[in-house]
Design a protein around this ligand. Structure first.
Ligand SMILES: NC(=O)c1ccc[n+]([C@@H]2O[C@H](COP(=O)([O-])OP(=O)(O)OC[C@H]3O[C@@H](n4cnc5c(N)ncnc54)[C@H](OP(=O)(O)O)[C@@H]3O)[C@@H](O)[C@H]2O)c1
Length: 316
């Protein structure tokens, strides 16, 4: 891709593997690509930043940065920086393959709960042939998706295609074929009341933090399941354990946690009704991210409107 001369700073968390810098250099051969923590750079020379969870203050220190590109779908790790300069546009990562991976994870765990797979796993471990519990009818397992955005919508469509009755809750009303839309705080309670399996796919903002709490669980039908694939900050973990241990909820799948990595001492690891995965529902593909950053920089240099801009006031 031919671009005007510019400098892009790549800021990836330690431990991220994959061809991050290589993919960017391949796509933007005329650009100077620097890696934070590896390359020396003059802050004022940085034109663009690609990052996931920058150290607070990093963006402010880049006095001439023209746009920031998030390497993840969620931008809570960027907008939470109190020094984020509100005049700098923030572009989030929207990718079909990322949404597809998320949808696979969500469909898999909805099916695991719907078909009581964990019970059969437990019987297999003790060599027991048990045909109970009797499987539920698909029509009787109502799935509610908190957040009908890019990822939530794909999950809703895939589950609908498997014949589950699906509803979604969002800030604004949606029109997705075969998916009932609930919108705004006033419609949260009726939405929860018909969510046998509740999937959280909301962005983490001031309004959605701790939304999965004791009050929320009490509004769900008895025997319900919770799947949290959004952010750990959405869930009050102790409330979930209490709701399951009281017998009100039947179980949960958690991919994200208040503290990551999940400490070895966490009771969530060994809870018999909770499935834990280490934030792997979907992983950003470095090549897809590089191509999205390159396209965004090209658009910015042409003076075009940037796609997938984050509303900094709303926080997503
Ligand atoms: N576990 C993983 O590996 C993984 C991977 C990727 C993403 N994620 C998480 O998934 C989240 C969702 O991603 P996305 O791309 O689908 O986001 P998105 O396209 O921005 O969609 C967000 C949805 O949430 C709704 N929403 C936001 N605030 C709300 C509120 N206060 N009340 C009701 N609805 C609200 C939005 O409603 P409107 O449409 O009406 O605005 C929208 O439907 C990300 O933020 C990230 O945290 C996790």
């Amino acid at each position: 891709m031919r671009l005007l001369p510019m400098t892009l700073l790549l800021d990836i968390p330690p431990g991220w593997t994959g061809p991050w810098a290589e993919s960017l250099r391949e796509l933007m051969p005329d650009a100077t690509i620097l890696v934070n923590g590896q390359d020396e750079f003059v802050s004022e020379a940085v034109d663009y930043l690609a990052t996931f969870r920058p150290k607070p203050g990093l963006i402010k220190s880049l006095a001439n940065v023209k746009a920031v590109f998030s390497l993840g779908a969620g931008v809570d790790g960027i907008v939470s920086d109190p020094d984020y300069p509100k005049t700098v546009p923030l572009v989030r990562f929207v990718d079909h393959t990322l949404a597809r991976e998320m949808a696979q994870y969500v469909v898999m765990h909805v099916l695991i709960h719907h078909r009581s797979q964990r019970h059969f796993d437990a019987y297999q471990a003790v060599n027991k042939w048990r045909q109970r519990p009797i499987l539920r009818r698909t029509e009787d397992t109502r799935v509610g998706i908190l957040g009908l955005g890019e990822i939530g919508t794909m999950c809703a469509e895939r589950l609908r295609d498997l014949d589950f009755p699906v509803t979604g809750w969002s800030r604004t009303r949606k029109s997705v074929a075969g998916v009932e839309s609930f919108a705004g705080a006033g419609e949260l309670a009726p939405f929860l009341a018909r969510s046998d399996i509740l999937v959280c796919l909301l962005p983490l903002t001031g309004e959605t933090r701790a939304i999965l709490n004791a009050k929320t669980f009490a509004l769900m039908p008895k025997g319900g399941f919770v799947i949290n694939v959004a952010r750990g900050g959405h869930l009050v973990e102790d409330d979930l354990v209490a709701a399951i241990d009281s017998g009100h909820l039947a179980g949960a799948t958690l991919d994200v946690f208040q503290t990551e990595p999940l400490p070895a001492s966490s009771p969530l690891w060994n809870h018999p009704k909770i499935t834990v995965t280490p934030h792997v529902a979907a992983i950003t593909d470095p090549r897809a991210a590089a191509s999205s950053v390159a396209a965004g920089i090209a658009a910015h240099q042409r003076g075009d409107t940037l796609e997938n801009l984050v509303d900094l006031k709303r926080g997503y």
